[in-house]
Design a protein around this ligand. Structure first.
Ligand code: UTP
Length: 443
């Protein structure tokens, strides 16, 4: 690689000078960092973003995407059975995007290692692993699990899994891979240095399609005969991983290449993206990009017009993922202090920007209390405390529905090992498992 030529053409002569001042390991490291970046793209990005208004605000042609709560649909049981058959044939994989930095939570380590304070003290990773295993046992087939990390948390993630014996999952069924990074730029467009290295940050969860393909994981899935990939975020404590009904609904839809779970927004101010058609193409508009008049718009009955909240649970047909491996997603920008330099440019891609490129998509409405409890902040909204309360209340409701007499003042934690989504609970089981796989707690 001719660093002089590349860096000169990209206007990065300061970086070139710094590289030339180094020797030995430090030089090799920086060369490696430089080689990992697309300098032409970075130059173009800086020029475009500094010329444009920073806001990624949406255009005027925005219409809501209607959706129905799936469990109320007469076809729900049929979808569920179809999904179970597909899972049983090994045609479904789980794909966890866990390359984020979790800065709002303030936990020093991969977010999946975080213990949200349930009586069992299980980490988010363990809760997911157990749910996946339970489902795999029910359908009689293993479920491949792809886990995307970033260079910042890869080692720690893999070590955690290894130390926990992969939570009992067969090692061959899990595949870890790293997402890409992108260099932060100074306000003038120069590469930011972190000591003698480039200041590289993960390229956003939208980097997942590229990383899935480039790491060989997409080919690995194709080889295993996978047709549906369930993609989810690390921090939703209620995520129904590989939900059979969701899979069956997409399988039954002849047109859509993807499906997404949708909840009714808690209110206009809730910080979730919304599903909408923009210039007739389906997709998600991030809350920060949604103009206020759309955000607050109501229907004749007073309900919100743009009401379909994105909970970051998606399902892709493998043909959709193949299409996305080469497509280019837009870059979003943030101006932040990086390595002591104010107003640096940080770039990232969002995975929901893939939807307009796929054309038709299937919105699948779900009940928030059953499926959405994100752990974003250390305290307040969307925190470990709210997740504990939601899990505790939901599991108490599962028991109540199973005619188990419970203490209405207490909350319950039911291990995903004994119930995936509330099924199979009986009074006898409750009595046997209380204190073991069923734990009572107060919040
Ligand atoms: P968030 O948008 O909540 O970001 O990620 P975050 O980095 O986890 O948390 P904050 O904003 O710093 O507090 C949603 C999902 O996307 C993943 C996260 O790991 C999470 O599962 N993600 C985010 C990636 O995989 N890569 C990224 O570059 C960014």
């Amino acid at each position: 690689m001719d660093f002089t030529e590349i860096l000169t053409a990209a206007g990065q002569t300061d970086l070139l000078k710094h590289l030339e001042s180094l020797s030995g390991d430090a030089r090799t490291q920086l060369e490696r960092d430089i080689a990992s970046q697309d300098w032409e793209e970075l130059k173009k990005l800086h020029a475009e973003k500094s010329a444009a208004n920073l806001s990624d605000n949406v255009s005027a042609d925005l219409t809501p995407m209607p959706f129905k709560i799936a469990v109320d649909d007469l076809r729900y049981d049929f979808w569920k059975e179809t999904g179970e058959i597909l899972l049983g044939k090994g045609q479904v994989a789980a794909f966890l995007v866990a390359g984020g930095q979790g800065s709002r939570l303030g936990f020093d380590g991969p977010k999946g290692m975080f213990d949200i304070g349930l009586p069992s003290h299980k980490s988010l990773f363990q809760l997911q692993a157990e749910r996946l295993q339970n489902l795999a046992a029910q359908v009689g087939h293993s479920i491949p699990w792809c886990i995307m990390t970033s260079p910042l948390n890869h080692e720690a993630t893999v070590t955690f899994f290894r130390d926990n014996n992969f939570f009992g999952i067969n090692r061959e069924d899990i595949r870890f891979f790293e997402q890409g990074t992108i260099c932060a730029l100074t306000p003038e467009g120069k590469a930011v240095l972190d000591g003698d290295r480039l200041a590289l940050v993960p390229d956003g969860n939208g980097g997942c399609f590229r990383a899935l393909a480039q790491s060989g994981t997409l080919a690995w899935l194709v080889e295993r005969g996978v047709q549906y990939v369930f993609l989810y975020s690390v921090d939703n404590a209620l995520c129904r991983i590989c939900d059979p009904a969701f899979i069956g609904a997409l399988a039954a839809d002849g047109r859509a290449l993807s499906a997404s779970k949708v909840v009714h927004k808690a209110g206009p101010q809730e910080k979730v993206g919304i599903f909408a058609f923009q210039n007739k193409k389906p997709g998600v508009v991030e809350y920060s990009d949604l103009p206020e008049n759309y955000r607050d718009m109501t229907n004749a009955d007073g309900s919100l017009t743009f009401d379909g909240g994105n909970i970051a649970i998606h399902l892709f047909k493998i043909s959709g993922l193949r299409k996305l491996q080469t497509s280019r997603l837009p870059w979003h920008t943030a101006r932040k202090t990086v390595c002591g330099i104010e107003k640096c440019w940080k770039f990232e891609q969002f995975l929901f920007d893939a939807f307009p490129q796929l054309g038709s998509m299937l919105p699948f409405g779900v009940v928030r209390e059953e499926e959405f409890s994100p752990v974003k902040n250390a305290e307040g909204n969307d925190s470990p405390k709210t997740a504990r309360e939601m899990i505790g209340a939901l599991h108490r409701e599962w028991l109540r529905k199973a005619h188990v007499e419970v203490n209405p003042k207490m909350l319950y934690e039911i291990s995903p090992k004994i119930s995936y989504a509330g099924e199979g609970l009986t009074r006898r089981l409750f009595e046997r498992e209380l204190g073991r796989n069923i734990l009572e707690f107060e919040e």
